[in-house]
Design a protein around this ligand. Structure first.
Ligand SMILES: N[C@@H](CCC(=O)N[C@@H](CS)C(=O)NCC(=O)O)C(=O)O
Length: 211
């Protein structure tokens, strides 16, 4: 398998899932700004819409969309506990999280990530995103991870996204980062996930160990 990945992007979640499953995958870096691969070829030749992550399976076909790729990988290693079994109530609960993270958090970050272009839209988008994080914080009370005691792909996804809100460049360039200081359950969860050896390996490979 080959994973097309841009460091620091949402595809970081897939790198964490790969580490957690131990699946052997070649990781190919995509420059998210100019959409070039290291060999100079255009990423658009593979991905018409230009975004990561993209997984190429051994039969040459492609899987797109982070939450789907994460589930595919987790399902290759059911014993990892990264995704509850299909058809169970827990599976739907995890799907609820993945859908929420995609639509309410991942895309909720966009105006903040492009705050200069977004202009006053940030004033509307930031409190919305902060309300989502406030809710996540409440959901994490008394829990180790989003689904309870077990780390799942939903935690990997939330971790990759939350790193954006904590990044100092968002503060220094746009004053657009999210204030997590009052969210103590979220903060404890973040540190718990960050300290996993699998996550440390990914952060180290991407040069983000100080976040
Ligand atoms: N719907 C896609 C969205 C992925 C996405 O937004 N990727 C961003 C990085 S976090 C990207 O590659 N942006 C570069 C671009 O759109 O050109 C998914 O969930 O996988």
């Amino acid at each position: 398998m080959k994973l097309y990945h841009a460091p620091g992007s949402c595809s970081q979640a897939i790198c964490i899932v790969l580490q957690e499953t131990g699946l052997n995958t070649e990781i190919i870096k995509v420059n998210a700004r100019n959409h070039l691969l290291d060999d100079g070829t255009s990423y658009y030749d593979l991905a018409e819409l230009g975004y990561v992550p993209l997984l190429q399976l051994d039969d040459g076909t492609f899987l797109r969309e982070g939450p789907v790729i994460a589930q595919y990988l987790a399902d290759q290693r059911p014993e990892s506990g990264l995704a509850p079994a299909h058809g169970t109530r827990e599976r739907y609960q995890m799907l609820e999280w993945l859908n929420f993270l995609t639509s309410e958090v991942h895309k909720g970050f966009i105006p903040l990530l492009y705050a200069v272009a977004a202009g006053r839209w940030v004033d509307t988008a930031r409190p919305k995103l902060e309300s989502r994080y406030e809710w996540i914080n409440q959901q994490l009370a008394g829990k180790q991870f989003l689904m309870g005691d077990v780390f799942t792909i939903a935690d990997a996804y939330l971790f990759a996204l939350t790193g954006w809100g904590k990044a100092t460049w968002m503060q220094s360039v746009y004053n657009a980062n999210v204030d997590f200081s009052l969210h103590r359950h979220l903060q404890a969860w973040y540190e718990r996930v960050r300290d996993r050896s699998t996550v440390q390996r990914v952060l180290s490979e991407e040069g983000f160990l100080d976040n």
